[in-house]
Design a protein. Structure first.
Ligand code: SRM
Ligand code: SRM
Ligand code: SRM
Ligand code: SRM
Ligand code: SF4
Ligand code: SF4
Ligand code: SF4
Ligand code: SF4
Ligand code: SF4
Ligand code: SF4
Ligand code: SF4
Ligand code: SF4
Lengths: 353, 407, 74, 353, 407
């Protein structure tokens, strides 16, 4: 049979458990009875329990089947994923909540991520599947979350902490508005394989692929040249042509940005800001990265007001104070010199030390 | 399956967080491709570099996207992943599933591919990770048969995405699940046939908490809100007070506009309606006592995207309040979005996201030409420079002779 | 983009143009053949369904004659 | 005798009254005993009284001589101007303060401008002396200050109000960081007199004079063309060549910007923002301008907290609220579309109506 | 003098604010030029347009600026103001005068010019408004003889300017009057011989109140501050309290960092030293009780300017704290400013103010190359984009062979 074109995604209505169909849009309030469990109460009095469980996002079909078995047993076969790659088991029967959690814990699942906690890290492909990564994605996430596991399974942070990881400047992990953003960075321009270019690459497209216009045709050579001053090492040219090798094992690594958020609660959404320009790709466990993140996190925990997101705290005390408190070195690399740099300059004589 | 060693990756099976390495190993039991992936990945961990190449056309008939082509850089060494493409399957609204659907996904993927998935991709798709070129059309045919469709890739509308909304959240100001479903179905051509300067994304969040991260991650961000005033249940306030919830310090003192006052004696909360910006903070902290107003809808913001080229942009307000009614089939939204895309398609340069086009050509021009009413809510503050462009035809040109004499 | 059946002349012009280039954006095709972009997009939709044209995603989506652009390992 | 080159300005030390020489750098505190009078007390206990008097800035030598006569009579011959074109009579003898003020008032001088008042308006040349003005300077200032006189001679505003006027976009009056800025604006591109250009203008310099690159040479015509889309009507080309007439009596006029400040007190220095893109040059008294300014002022007075500068008030309530309260029309002209526009867009879903 | 009517201008002699029209009329009694100015101005009021032309070189021997050339557009009708140039005389620090000096200014100007002045120009000069070309050199000679010098115009250091400072203000953190005088004298070449890409201005304000508007109006803004902690006189605090001054609401509640606490019982103020940003607000409100710390100096900010070309810029911090000591002859400041100008002169395009050059080439590059230490006080916040430029020579290039093999 021929495929149906344009039939669109499956209808979500078929995926909703009866309790949701009955109380759709009639939820009244929620509580978080314990870490990892949300209790939503409807106007009708009905209560829906969601049990949140971490996933590594990169999962096998057997993992999904395991999860299905649990959902069949405890949730009448209904469950969902969150926008942050966690699973939520949806229970209409309160009596099954604790048994489910016990089963989950017994099987080694991680329950948590609700309320004032760290949830899963939004992340990307890394060395598993992408062609321009400057670091791995899943591995770094695993290392960081192992280290910070206590803050996933408890709710003792000043506020929610949302992390994102992207393995290159394309920032598929949307780290640009995260409390803590982990970004893979190349630091050297592409190395050009002129032979390969001469063999297969359409030069105008290659030239056009560079976001900063750093690539010029070199007609004499039937190849291209890269203006290194303009290159910001994004790897877009490598996407266009495998002749533009961008990875560089000795110089690829990770930058840390902090203080972004997207919710409108209290303060407007804000971008994350770079506080560490480079940490090495010390695989398999990236100790420099996990340590740096833990240090920032602990500083926040020790100093923030209750309910204050990481960026809200830093904005309150001032970034200059954050650098003083954290001991992180401040350098010209952290000073913006791109299009919207001007608004970052301190146009005022009032500041801390 | 060959039993090669992966000492570095094995380190990532330790620790409490669930391990993706374990997952690849599980898939490797059944899939030669996944087994080779493990080897390549171990090598990446040793060498600290990736081994993948992008490229070429891998697609299904009639569609222009939904598949990402990937090739390992040493096909001779790793023949099973010489081609290792990703198929993006459009997820159901709100990532809701029944186990039957999930098992279908698994069964078909066991038949055709690596057995590895991402649940979900960062845009929202069900990511089927790794298959051969020759399998792509059959994969599509099978999934299509089972009721699935492809998501987006390339210069098209990307797979839309929404928060759990009315399915489980008391905060939802419009039906995110239905909006996402209905609107996605409306724009099938835009999703499957890339024809624009670059990609365009829509995300639907039911309230100002923006649990899809729409403002940062989508060209068109639909964020639930209300037009009237928050509603306060004073009895419930008293209950919070009885439970010693710190209303003054946690709620009132952190209200960004200072428009909430708590009377410690009467244990009542009052709001200055016109000062409230609907930031949602107080509702978040006292969901039992405070709720949104009655006149619900969404704020439409445009231009969000990540870093490449002109810097990351957040979406910014174009329509402060729009009804998002299922009964009207979301017509106003659809019309507006069509005008917005049309303007961008007309004016955008190749690889320019709409936020960048607006920035380059001017917000005023965009709003005028896309026929969107101009209101102060669109800006934090007005311009600081006096460089107003005056439409010359609107001016009185009757007295401007070269010599200054009146004409 | 336009809806409904595409114009056969436009489809022919697109094929003729694509024969001359390796790949192109549909806007450039529209400009080159002097047709409205919406009509070109609609015609391309049919041409891809007929397996004559395909979309090619490398940083942005181009169109090209089916099979004209090679894959890296191909 | 030949002029001495590079001798520099007169030595200020010779201009200081004995009480200042004695208490230089030893001032302890000040009071404002009444509007227009500052009392500075030194560590030594000595008190210096400054009596502030408005000037029209554009003054005749006879005015200066009148003032000198008063300074001789009451101040031992010492006085100063402020950075805002007021005169300050410097008295070491408290007993002379009231007599001086009485004399000043009798002679029609305006005493005031201290504390929470409007002081003189920083302004420029206008039709009196400049070649690119889109409005007059002194005349507008006179009209506005006549209207707001009560706020100069009293101290009943929420805070200081600093106004600036510039007669063209060059903004010599530095209106860009004023509580209220009045800016002369042209609205039409220059009218080119090709004959005149052919006769005398050096075309490369003319082309280079345009800040936005709107002028291109037109070799065929031996003249230039102006790309009207790029022109922002600044008149810099007219500075280079009188063949580029920029004034346009029917279309020149005034834009109003508000909310800037330069002090670091409380809030950081900030730019003024446009709230009225155009008001006509209704000389000699610019009623539209005086009315518009008074309306903004009265709104501020009625709504601001004590001590809150105009811009601080607007930022607190939100610009959208300011437009609602003021009834001023909001249009695309007020939305930035220049280099730093992006930071003005509302990247958040929280706002008022 | 001719007795022509000026009905429009006469309107501007009404009202309480002192009238410039009256002043022009007073000058017109003695000066035919001023009388004609009145006529031209009346015409401008009728026609709503100016009548002046810029142009030509009018200067004095050995100098490159200080005079602005002006010509009326109908020299035949107004022969006395056919030439009507401005001479800029460098004012004494702080605009302090004795009457003798002022009378000298007047007498010389009566002899040579229109009898009209601006006290002062917006940059700070004594503006002698309107004279003929032939008078310029004699004017300069006479004023020079009397101890005056010209101010700046053109692409040079412009006339510097300072607040009243220690002359009368308790807030002055350094000697603005002496700094302005001393430093102006140091840079006579820069002031009188325009040699740069464009103009450059310095303004000296004694404290964060910035009474010269330096941050908005000068390329180099020198704003007094202190390095240690504000000093609180608790007795004086009690006096304010006794006088019912609202310490809590007006001072503490408006402290931007919330670092001031007032104890209503003990009537004492306390400050958290490391949180204070030295914004000066509390000192402004309670000058008798609060004063700056003891370690005084200035913050140096760079880049302020008004609107033309790239938008208005405010100066931004380059050196958070610098001693400004008369004893050291302001050497550190002079050295720094020289490096800053040198960098700009080297890198700036024609008609590019230093703020624009820094913006174009990058703050980091500027600071590095002008040898200014990099500190977090220079920015409100760090960069939001990851586009760090890495100096390639600092990296390990030993493993980057094209084929990925280690070298
Ligand atoms: C399940 C999920 C929506 C979904 O459709 O999947 C969700 C669900 C809820 N969110 Fe959320 N949020 C979810 C992603 C987000 C995101 C997006 C993200 O994580 O990338 C945000 C924006 C993050 C940001 O600002 O950077 C988000 C910002 C919030 C906030 C605002 C927090 C703040 O103060 O800034 C609230 C309010 C609160 O927590 O009180 C909120 C509140 C809630 C509530 C309490 C809403 C409700 O009444 O049901 C839900 C439980 C929250 C909890 O875990 O404590 N949710 N929430 C998402 C769970 C992700 C996960 O697995 O961890
Ligand atoms: C798979 C996914 C990451 C993931 O692991 O989840 C992904 C993967 C890729 N992204 Fe992405 N992006 C993915 C979500 C995003 C997001 C997040 C989002 O949509 O919320 C962003 C940031 C938001 C945005 O759109 O700006 C994102 C911003 C980019 C960009 C930069 C776009 C820009 O305008 O700045 C590129 C570069 C490009 O388009 O050439 C890019 C390009 C790519 C490519 C196609 C690389 C390329 O040029 O060929 C990656 C293919 C990797 C692979 O091996 O399959 N990807 N990409 C996400 C899509 C999964 C899905 O469909 O659900
Ligand atoms: C005389 C003068 C300095 C000079 O060298 O000439 C001066 C003198 C004083 N200023 Fe000023 N300021 C003078 C121009 C300025 C300017 C610049 C301007 O007007 O263009 C500013 C910055 C304006 C801005 O922020 O936009 C300025 C912002 C202040 C402030 C900060 C006000 C605020 O809260 O933002 C204070 C503090 C205060 O008023 O308590 C201040 C305080 C003072 C004090 C109280 C300082 C003192 O203890 O002697 C002086 C009397 C103020 C008064 O009039 O109430 N002065 N002051 C200037 C008088 C101009 C005039 O004739 O009106
Ligand atoms: C006389 C004065 C206005 C006044 O009435 O006080 C003035 C008058 C002129 N300014 Fe100015 N500027 C005067 C202070 C300023 C200021 C204020 C300041 O210095 O604090 C500024 C804004 C601050 C700044 O420097 O950015 C200023 C920004 C300009 C600009 C724009 C510069 C920019 O980079 O944006 C120009 C245009 C130019 O340089 O070509 C300009 C150009 C001019 C010219 C020379 C027009 C020209 O291109 O020929 C004006 C001559 C008018 C005349 O008839 O004499 N004038 N000019 C001020 C100088 C008096 C003095 O020496 O004391
Ligand atoms: S962030 Fe970069 S490397 Fe990672 S998946 Fe996206 S495009 Fe690929
Ligand atoms: S890495 Fe990016 S910036 Fe550098 S040359 Fe390639 S495409 Fe251009
Ligand atoms: S965005 Fe709002 S409505 Fe949607 S899940 Fe989050 S809190 Fe609920
Ligand atoms: S929604 Fe926000 S602004 Fe409105 S009352 Fe609640 S906390 Fe205040
Ligand atoms: S603002 Fe313009 S018109 Fe006015 S004095 Fe300055 S340059 Fe001349
Ligand atoms: S008025 Fe200004 S912008 Fe317009 S052409 Fe002349 S110099 Fe250029
Ligand atoms: S800037 Fe400071 S020191 Fe100078 S006059 Fe103003 S308040 Fe006094
Ligand atoms: S100087 Fe400013 S920041 Fe410091 S204590 Fe006073 S008011 Fe607070």
């Amino acid at each position: 049979m021929a495929a149906k074109l344009d039939q669109g995604p499956p209808n979500y209505k078929e995926m909703l458990p009866p309790i949701i169909l009955d109380n759709y849009g009639k939820w009244k309030y929620h509580e978080i009875p314990r870490s990892g469990v949300l209790k939503h109460v409807s106007e009708s009095g009905a209560a829906l329990f969601s049990v949140r469980v971490a996933t590594p996002r990169l999962v096998s079909i057997d993992f999904i089947r395991d999860v299905c078995a649990l959902a069949d047993e405890f949730c009448d076969g209904f469950l969902r994923w969150t926008t942050r790659n966690n699973i939520e088991f949806l229970l209409s029967d309160e009596a099954k909540v604790n048994p489910l959690i016990e089963t989950l814990v017994a099987k080694g699942f991680a329950v948590g991520g609700t309320g004032a906690a760290i949830s899963n890290i939004i992340h990307t492909q890394g060395w598993v599947h992408c062609h321009t990564p400057a670091t791995d994605a899943s591995g770094v996430v695993k290392a960081v979350m192992d280290d910070l596991y206590e803050y996933f399974e408890s709710m003792k942070l000043p506020a929610k902490l949302k992390m994102g990881l992207a393995c290159c400047l394309n920032m598929c992990g949307s780290t640009h508005c995260s409390d803590i953003g982990i970004v893979g960075v190349h630091r050297t321009p592409p190395r050009i394989d002129h032979d390969k270019i001469r063999k297969g690459t359409e030069i105008p497209s290659l030239v056009a692929s560079c976001p900063t216009g750093a690539i010029r045709p070199d007609p004499k050579n039937k190849s291209v040249v890269v203006n290194e001053e303009k290159c910001m090492y994004c790897g877009n040219c490598y996407t266009m042509s495998p002749a533009m090798e961008i990875y560089d094992a000795r110089n690829d690594g990770i930058a840390i940005l902090i203080g972004g958020k997207v919710s409108n609660a209290r303060s407007a959404p804000s971008f994350s800001r770079m506080v560490i320009p480079f940490l090495p790709n010390n695989a398999p466990r990236w100790p420099e990265v996990t340590e740096a993140i833990r240090a920032i996190l602990e500083l926040w925990i020790a100093n923030a007001d209750k309910g204050e997101r990481l960026g809200e705290w830093v904005e309150r005390i001032g970034w200059e104070r954050f650098f003083a408190l954290s001991g992180l070195p401040f350098s010209d690399m952290l000073i913006d010199d791109y299009i919207f740099a001007r608004e970052t300059f301190r146009t005022g004589a009032a500041f801390k030390y | 399956m060959t039993e090669k060693k992966t000492p570095l990756l094995d380190e990532l099976e330790k620790g409490k967080w669930p391990s993706f390495v374990t997952e690849i190993k599980r898939a490797a039991v059944k899939s030669a491709a996944s087994a080779e992936l493990l080897q390549v990945l171990e090598r990446s961990y040793e060498e600290r570099r990736g081994h993948w190449k992008h490229g070429g056309i891998v697609g299904v008939r009639g569609y222009g996207g939904g598949v990402i082509g990937r090739y390992v850089d040493e096909p001779e060494t790793y023949p099973n992943i010489a081609e290792f493409h990703t198929v993006r399957i459009n997820q159901p609204s709100g990532f809701f599933y029944n186990t039957k659907t999930l098992r279908t996904i698994c069964d078909l993927w066991e038949k055709h591919g690596s057995g590895l998935t991402n649940m979900h991709g960062s845009t929202g798709d069900i990511i089927l990770l790794g298959c051969k070129t020759e399998h792509i059309q059959p994969i599509f045919d099978d999934y299509s048969e089972a009721g699935f469709d492809l998501g987006g890739s390339g210069s098209c509308l990307r797979t839309t995405n929404c928060c759990v909304g009315p399915g489980r959240c008391e905060y939802a100001c419009y039906d995110t699940l239905e909006a996402c479903y209905n609107i996605t179905n409306e724009f099938m051509d835009e999703l499957h046939r890339p024809m624009w300067p670059y990609k365009s994304k829509i995300k639907f969040s039911g309230c100002a908490n923006d649990c899809t991260g729409a403002i940062a991650r989508s060209d068109i961000s639909v964020i639930g809100t209300w037009r009237d005033t928050i509603r306060i249940d004073q009895d419930a306030v008293k209950e919070y007070a009885a439970n010693k919830f710190p209303i003054q310090s946690q709620v009132c003192d952190k209200c960004p506009t200072g428009c909430l006052t708590y009377n410690n004696e009467t244990q009542e909360l009052a709001v200055i309606a016109e000062d409230c910006t609907r930031c949602h903070h107080c509702i978040n902290l006292m969901p039992k006592a405070i709720q949104a107003g009655k006149e619900k809808g969404a704020t439409i913001l445009v231009g969000g995207k990540s870093t490449i080229v002109q810097s990351a942009f957040m979406s910014s307000v174009v329509i402060p309040f729009m009804k998002m009614d299922v009964e009207d089939d979301f017509e106003e939204f659809k019309d507006t979005v069509r005008r917005i895309w049309e303007w961008w398609d007309e004016n955008g340069k190749t690889r320019e996201r709409i936020g960048e086009t607006i920035f380059r050509l001017g917000m005023g021009k965009f709003l005028r030409e896309a026929e969107i009413p101009i209101v102060p809510q669109q800006v934090f503050r007005p311009r600081a420079n006096p460089y107003v462009f005056w439409a010359q035809e609107d001016l009185d040109k009757s007295g401007t002779a070269l010599d200054g004499t009146a004409l | 983009m336009q809806k409904g059946p595409a114009s056969p002349e436009i489809k022919a012009k697109i094929l003729e143009y694509l024969a001359k280039v390796q790949k192109a954006k549909s806007r450039d095709v529209a400009v080159a053949i002097g047709e409205k972009k919406g009509d070109v997009d609609n015609a391309v939709k049919e041409l891809t369904a007929e397996d004559l044209v395909e979309y090619l995603y490398i940083t942005t989506t181009y169109i090209c004659l089916k099979g004209k652009v090679q894959t890296p390992n191909g």
